[in-house]
Design a binder for this molecule. Structure first.
Ligand code: KG4
Ligand code: ZN
Length: 500
């Protein structure tokens, strides 16, 4: 059964990236283009996103970005790029997908209204996508593109722990390797290869960490999501940004903190650790050794820089809270206090000191900043990985046979976090490729592709989205109702119970 090629133009504008992408394929969606116009330079001035500024920047960028994303297709179809790219290429697009929330309302509106206009002008179906679902699909990207034969062979050889559920086995009838050799892969289209590949990953837990979100999501079945843990205050990315700003680093803070932490590790390696005489190495357990390594490195730096703090150990908030929630504002406050303490240390190296209005203050030394960045990053990574592991254990006791842990969102670009998740979850882990970690339309198109295909395969007229987002914004609900009334004749409809 040969499946029809599907080509989607996807648009994302939920925060401070204006992005458009082309996603194409018959069964394996491929991101053909993924243009991202970042507003970082604008927000550096204010040290964070100002919603009004972001919305205006989206207005300026949206059409050129869409045009750029369509340019390769125009060249493929017509041999050259024209100055009428959108008009020329729109007839060759099957559907338009757009992020409808959560996000900044002014920013979202730019993408949604543009998508509506294009869908209306071209007579195309419109696929509304939840931003968080987009991030989840970014983490599944490598599986969406893999060959089903490879997955089957692995399952067959017992090389991976993913469970094939009864629905799949009854379709596949591949219980032993002999049968597998005779298997006609095209028969898998009974369910669709794509659906097989996705359901093979479920149930799953996704940790979604970005500037606006820190959420543990249980994916029971595709489109059946439950948020099982979330931050009670700041998102992890927000904490990175705030701590970076405290250390005098530019927005966005995540990459800057990560770079400083790496400098710290490099410096520590190049120095011989020296233990304080009061510590008895023979008596410490492995956990303490871990913290000992950190402390000795700090002390080594301290011996050069004359730190006045006895230790740079920061708290691991909510690690033992018994639930699956997070909190990062206390961690940020701990850094504020540490920085204040260091700055008020008047015995610092004299050339670095200056007199402020309220008394002597000195600038933080580079070594101090490196040590703080390192310890902060360790604290965030430890909390995120251990809470995810607690979720895994908790769900396992509730008889969920979890197949996959997904790590996604802007913060999942962090090297240390990726490394600790790999160590903790091994081959059960799927991480978003670095180029899809931050906000981008490619991931929105991947989610839309699957939704659209599912609708065709199962002949469903409804797209449902069960993400329960707190503080739902009525204005977004009205956008959805507008969409519904603007396109009553379209094949792709919107669930009236959509929660945004
Ligand atoms: O997903 P994203 O692009 O936008 C939101 O939906 O928020 O995430 C942006 C966040 C920012 O807070 C940024 O500092 C953080 O992701 N980030 C990182 C890294 N790269 C980006 N955080 C830690 N380490 C990184 N390497
Ligand atoms: Zn995001």
């Amino acid at each position: 059964m040969k499946q029809k090629n599907l080509r989607i133009l996807a648009i994302e504008s939920s925060c401070d990236e204006t992005s458009a992408a082309i996603i194409e394929g018959s069964d394996s969606p491929v991101i053909k283009s993924n243009i991202i116009a970042s507003q970082i330079d604008l927000h550096k001035i204010t040290g964070g996103v100002v919603p009004e500024v972001a919305a205006r920047a989206h207005c300026e960028a949206i059409i050129p970005v869409i045009e750029q994303s369509l340019a390769p297709l125009e060249i493929e179809l017509f041999g050259k790029k024209s100055d009428q790219t959108i008009r020329n290429v729109l007839p060759y697009i099957d559907a338009i997908a757009v992020t409808v929330g959560p996000g900044l309302v002014g920013s979202l509106l730019v993408g949604v209204e543009t998508a509506k206009a294009l869908a209306f002008a071209g007579g195309k179906p419109l696929i509304p996508v939840n931003h968080l679902e987009g991030h989840i699909f970014a983490a599944m990207q490598q599986v969406l593109n893999s060959k089903p034969e490879a997955l089957l062979r692995q399952a067959q050889d017992g090389e991976q722990s993913r469970t094939i559920n009864s629905k799949q086995t009854s379709n596949l009838k591949v219980q032993n390797s002999k049968q597998f050799e005779k298997l006609d892969i095209s028969k898998l289209n009974i369910v669709s290869n794509l659906e097989f590949r996705i359901s093979n990953l479920l149930p799953a837990i996704a940790l979604l960490v970005s500037g606006g979100h820190t959420e543990l999501v249980l994916i029971k079945d595709m489109f059946d999501y439950e948020i099982i843990g979330q931050t009670l205050d700041d998102a992890a990315g927000e904490a990175f940004d705030k701590v970076a700003s405290l250390l005098g680093l530019e927005y966005p803070g995540g990459p800057a903190i990560s770079a400083l932490a790496e400098e710290f590790v490099k410096n520590s390696k190049s120095q011989t650790p020296r233990l304080p005489s009061t510590w008895h190495v023979g008596q410490v357990n492995s956990k303490q050794i871990k913290s000992l390594k950190l402390q000795t490195s700090n002390l080594e730096l301290a011996s050069n820089l004359e730190f006045r703090t006895s230790s740079f150990k920061l708290p691991r908030p909510m690690l033992k809270s018994g639930d699956l929630n997070f909190s990062f504002s206390g961690l940020k406050t701990a850094v504020v206090n540490l920085v204040k303490q260091l700055e008020s240390n008047r015995d610092g190296i004299s050339s670095q000191t200056h007199l402020g209005g309220g008394g002597a203050k000195r600038d933080l030394l580079r070594g101090e900043k490196q040590a703080i960045a390192y310890e902060f990053q360790e604290a965030v990574a430890e909390v995120l990985v251990e809470k995810s592991y607690q979720a895994y254990q908790k769900l396992s006791t509730m008889n969920y046979k979890l197949s996959t842990i997904l790590l996604t969102g802007g913060v999942s670009a962090n090297k240390r976090l990726r490394q600790s998740f790999k160590e903790r979850f091994g081959d059960k882990l799927l991480i978003s490729p670095v180029e899809l970690c931050g906000d981008n339309a490619g991931m929105i198109g991947l989610a839309a592709f699957y939704r659209y295909k599912k609708q065709i395969i199962n002949n469903k007229s409804q797209i449902s989205n069960k993400f329960q987002i707190q503080n739902s914004k009525p204005i977004l609900k009205s956008i959805i109702y507008n969409l519904k009334s603007a396109f009553p004749w379209k094949a792709v409809d919107v669930d009236p119970n959509l929660e945004l």
